[in-house]
Design a protein around this ligand. Structure first.
Ligand SMILES: Cc1ncc(COP(=O)(O)O)c(C=O)c1O
Length: 433
């Protein structure tokens, strides 16, 4: 890294203060401290520049500090910052609900609620499904990630590091395999597992919801086959089960459409949103069929900060940014650039061996494996690559049940030259050049 000698020491001192003041459970992917950021670039306290292929974990699809977002936020800051929507409502919440209802790929009348975090959105989607069906249980997927609260930990299908030491978890949650073609898990295997569950563990009339990420995020960027969604929709219709799509990571343009579900031509009943909806301001929501959304009684949903006005303003600015800058088209283009480059890196067969490459639109990832042409996960290599990229000025993040997958979540607003520069750094780090 290019360290300005006169600045040296800031990071070391901050790291020491961090470790003294903050519980170690708050992990740290990159031991550098942010100072300022613009679109797809971040500078740290030593004035080192980093290209951002993480976006605060899929939060910055519209980039850091997009002018449309900053303008809306500034206007809101000048008016008021909090009333609690369920005490004294305000227009930005209503306007955002109208916009989200119009964008959600669900037919008929829709309604929305806004809360603060992704986990809270998932919790609320389960509460709403339970209220609407009068049933208790939920089916989720191996490898899924839905959050860090007790119910969302129960729904999460990855033990390390999310569930270790934190049980017991709420009952009535069942996991089935997520189809992963190159690991030999087919759609048929998933459907069979659900059928078995209905015979051996829980009768379908007790199941309130099936909860699925259309593209698994934390679990490794596995894209659900269309056939799976079609079959899940059929099972839900047959048994009166609510189909919930968790679009917290895959939504807001990441896959080249507003929501990943649009790729499948299958409608969920409810959808959870968060992350890139508000470009870094804490906001999440549930949108869905009005009849289901209206099942809980007044006062049953909400929260002190639910749908904070500044965060709602940021979300309205984010939607404007998408429209102004044609970010859905840019996502498709960026996805193609990234996939082409990754395939070329793999084909060259130099340096760290690349395994499966996958994704949808600009939600792209690749596995690192122990040998060229092999399929054995190499978590250590993924960790090494992350550090090497950081040293060279590129932020990347791993994921996957085997922690062997590198996910790329570059802002969709990034100029092509920056995307290419980031990929050049990635390639150099992979090959050791
Ligand atoms: C698919 C999905 N659901 C839920 C969550 C939880 O969101 P939050 O961290 O805002 O609680 C995440 C976060 O990574 C996620 O990717």
């Amino acid at each position: 890294m290019n360290v300005n000698p006169s600045m040296k020491g800031n990071t070391e001192a901050l790291l020491e203060r961090r470790s003294k003041a903050i519980a170690r459970g708050m992990g740290m992917a990159a031991p550098v401290f942010a100072k300022r950021a613009e679109n797809a670039e971040i500078w740290d306290v030593e004035d080192r520049r980093f290209i951002d292929f993480v976006g605060g974990i899929a939060v910055l699809n519209a980039g850091h500090r997009h002018p449309a977002v900053m303008k809306r936020v500034q206007e809101q800051l000048n008016s008021f910052t909090h009333t609690c929507f369920t005490v004294m409502p305000y227009e930005p919440f209503v306007e955002l609900a109208e916009k989200l209802n119009a964008l959600a790929p669900i037919s008929g009348e829709k309604k929305s609620i806004f809360v603060t975090t992704g986990a809270e959105a998932v919790e609320n989607s389960i509460k709403i499904a339970r209220a609407a069906t009068g049933r208790s249980d939920v089916i989720a997927f191996n490898g899924a990630f839905h959050g860090r609260t007790l119910m969302t930990m129960a729904l999460t299908g990855k033990i390390l590091p999310y569930k270790v030491k934190f049980g017991p978890f709420p009952a009535g949650v069942w996991h089935v395999p997520y189809p992963v073609e190159h690991k030999g898990i087919s759609v048929e295997d998933t459907i069979d597992a659900i059928e078995w569950l209905f015979k051996s563990d829980v009768e379908p009339s007790r199941v309130a919801a099936i909860l699925i990420e259309p593209v698994q995020g934390e679990g490794g960027f596995y894209v659900a086959p269309k056939e799976l969604m079609v079959r899940l929709r059929k099972i839900c219709d047959e048994h009166g089960i609510v189909l919930i799509a968790d679009e917290i990571q895959s939504g807001f343009g990441r896959t080249g459409k507003w929501f990943a579900m649009e790729h499948f031509g299958v409608e969920p009943d409810l959808m959870t949103v968060a992350k890139s909806i508000a470009s870094g301001f804490p906001l999440a929501g549930v949108v869905g069929r009005a009849q289901i959304m209206d099942a809980p009684d007044p006062g049953g949903l909400g929260g002190t900060y639910a749908g904070n006005p500044v965060a709602c303003a940021a979300a309205l600015g984010t939607i404007e940014a998408f429209e102004q800058d044609k970010l859905l088209e840019k996502a498709q283009k960026q996805g193609k650039i990234i996939m082409t480059r990754l395939e070329a890196m793999k084909a060259r067969g130099k340096g760290m061996p690349i395994g499966d490459i996958r994704g949808l639109g600009a939600m792209a990832a690749f596995e690192l494996v122990t040998e060229h042409g092999g399929d054995k996960p190499d978590a250590a290599a993924a960790k090494t690559l992350t550090s090497k990229c950081l040293e060279r000025g590129l932020l990347i993040l791993t994921c996957g049940v085997w922690n062997d997958t590198v996910r790329l979540l570059c802002p969709l607003s990034a100029p092509e030259a920056i995307v290419e520069e980031g990929l050049d750094i990635l390639e150099a780090a992979l090959t050791g050049n």
